[in-house]
Design a protein around this ligand. Structure first.
Ligand SMILES: *[C@@H]1O[C@H](CO)[C@@H](O)[C@H](O)[C@H]1NC(C)=O
Ligand SMILES: *[C@@H]1O[C@H](CO)[C@@H](O)[C@H](O)[C@H]1NC(C)=O
Ligand SMILES: *[C@@H]1O[C@H](CO)[C@@H](O)[C@H](O)[C@H]1NC(C)=O
Length: 342
C-alpha cells in the first residue's frame, strides 16, 4: 500500500513542471497532507482546508506557501499546527471563530515570510499580536475590534494594506501611537466603524483612505497637510455638511477619486484639476454653477481638451435637489467629462 503510494506519487511528480520545488519536497508535502485537506499535486505549495467544518487547524505540511482555512469553526490559531510552515506566504482564516485568546503566543510571529493575512469575520476585539514584520496585507474586516494597542504595528514597514472595516473602532482607537510603524501604508479601510472625527496619525504614504459609513461631521482645516499622496478618498454615508468642509480642503495635489455620497452637502465643494471621479449623489445640493466650481478661470480654457485642463471624467449628482437643465458652463469647463448622472 505504502509502496503503491510512493510509486504513484513519483509518477505524478514528473507532471509537476511549473513549480521549482525539489522532488523530495513535493513528496514530503504530499505525504504530510492532512486527511481533512486537499493538496493538489499540480501546485504542491497550496493546501486547501476551507469549508470542512474544521474545529481545529490540522498539522500543516512544511512546504506550504498558500494555506486556505476559511469557512470553518476554528477557534484557536494554533502555534503547533503551524510550527513547520515557516515558508507560509498567504494565510486565509476568514469566517472562523477565532477570539483574542485563541491566537496562541508566537503562532503568527513564527511565520516570518507571511505576506497576506486574512482573518475577516472572526471574533477578535483587538489586533492579533505579535504580527510578522513581513506582512504586506492585513485584512481584519467584520470582527469586533475596538482597540489597536500602541506599538502593535511597530517595524511593519512592508504593510501596504490595512483593512479594518466593519469593526467597533472609536476616535480614541486610531491615533499616532496606534499606527506607529506603518511607514509604507498605502490603503487603509476604516469604513463602518464608530468614528466621529477624521482618524489621526495616518502615515504620509497613505494614498487610499476609506471612511464610509461613520459619523464624521467635519474635516479639520490642516487635515491633509501631512497626507500629500492622497488619491482615493471615500467618505460616503457620513454627516458632512458644507459647514464642516474648509473652503479648499480637497485641493490635494494627487487626488483622483473623491466620494461624498449620502452626506448633507448643500453645495458642490471646490476640487483641483487632477480630480477624475466625483461622487456627490444623495446630498442636498440645489444647484451647480460650473463657473464657480471650475478649477481654472473658465475664460482661460481654449477649444482643445487635453490633460493639462480639468480632468473630471465622471460626476454623480443624482439624489439631490438639482433641477435640469445642466448648467452649460459645466460642459465648457470639464471637457473630458464622459458621464454625468443627475
Ligand atoms: C514538523 O516536522 C517534524 C520533522 O519533520 C515532525 O517530526 C513533526 O511531526 C512536524 N510537526 C507538525 C506539527 O507537523
Ligand atoms: C455662476 O457664477 C458666476 C460667478 O460667480 C455668476 O456670474 C453667474 O451668474 C452664475 N451663474 C448662474 C446660472 O447662477
Ligand atoms: C491644453 O489646454 C490648456 C488649457 O486650455 C492650454 O492652455 C494648453 O495650451 C493646451 N496644451 C496643449 C498641448 O494643447
Amino acid at each position: 500500500m505504502e509502496l503503491f503510494l510512493v510509486i504513484s506519487t513519483l509518477l505524478l511528480v514528473s507532471s509537476v513542471s511549473s513549480q521549482d520545488m525539489p522532488y523530495e519536497h513535493v513528496l514530503a508535502q504530499l505525504q504530510a497532507c492532512p486527511k481533512e485537506c486537499r493538496c493538489p499535486r499540480s501546485s504542491p505549495h497550496v493546501v486547501y482546508c476551507d469549508n470542512r467544518n474544521l474545529k481545529t487547524i490540522p498539522n500543516i505540511p512544511p512546504h506550504t506557501w498558500y494555506l486556505y482555512l476559511q469557512n470553518n469553526q476554528i477557534d484557536v490559531l494554533s502555534e503547533k499546527a503551524l510550527r513547520n510552515t515557516t515558508q507560509l506566504r498567504w494565510l486565509n482564516l476568514n469566517h472562523n471563530k477565532i477570539t483574542d485568546q485563541g491566537v496562541e503566543e508566537g503562532a503568527l510571529k513564527a511565520l516570518s515570510g507571511l505576506i497576506h493575512l486574512q482573518m475577516e469575520d472572526n471574533l477578535l476585539t483587538t489586533i492579533p499580536t505579535p504580527l510578522p514584520a513581513s506582512l504586506e496585507q492585513l485584512r481584519l474586516s467584520r470582527n469586533k475590534i475596538s482597540k489597536i494597542p500602541p506599538g502593535v504595528f511597530s517595524g511593519m514597514d512592508h504593510l501596504a494594506l490595512l483593512d479594518l472595516q466593519g469593526n467597533k473602532l472609536g476616535d480614541e482607537a486610531v491615533t499616532e501611537q496606534s499606527l506607529k510603524g506603518l511607514s509604507g501604508l498605502v490603503q487603509v479601510n476604516l469604513a463602518k466603524n464608530n468614528l466621529k472625527i477624521m482618524p489621526s496619525g495616518l502615515p504620509a504614504t497613505t494614498t487610499q483612505l476609506y471612511l464610509d459609513s461613520n459619523d464624521i461631521e467635519k474635516i479639520p482645516p490642516e487635515y491633509f497637510k501631512d497626507l500629500p499622496k492622497m488619491a482615493f478618498l471615500r467618505l460616503n454615508f457620513n454627516k458632512l455638511g458644507n459647514g464642516g468642509l474648509p473652503k479648499n480642503i480637497f485641493d490635494l495635489p494627487s487626488i483622483l477619486d473623491l466620494q461624498l455620497s449620502h452626506n448633507q452637502l448643500t453645495e458642490v465643494p471646490l476640487f483641483p484639476l487632477s480630480l477624475e471621479h466625483l461622487h456627490l449623489d444623495h446630498n442636498k445640493i440645489k444647484s451647480v454653477n460650473g463657473t464657480e466650481i471650475c478649477p481654472v478661470p473658465i475664460g482661460t480654457l481654449d477649444e482643445s481638451a487635453n490633460e493639462s485642463g480639468p480632468r473630471l471624467r465622471y460626476l454623480r449628482l443624482d439624489g439631490n435637489e438639482i433641477k435640469p437643465p445642466i448648467s452649460w458652463d459645466l460642459i465648457i469647463c470639464f471637457r473630458l467629462l464622459r458621464a454625468i448622472v443627475i
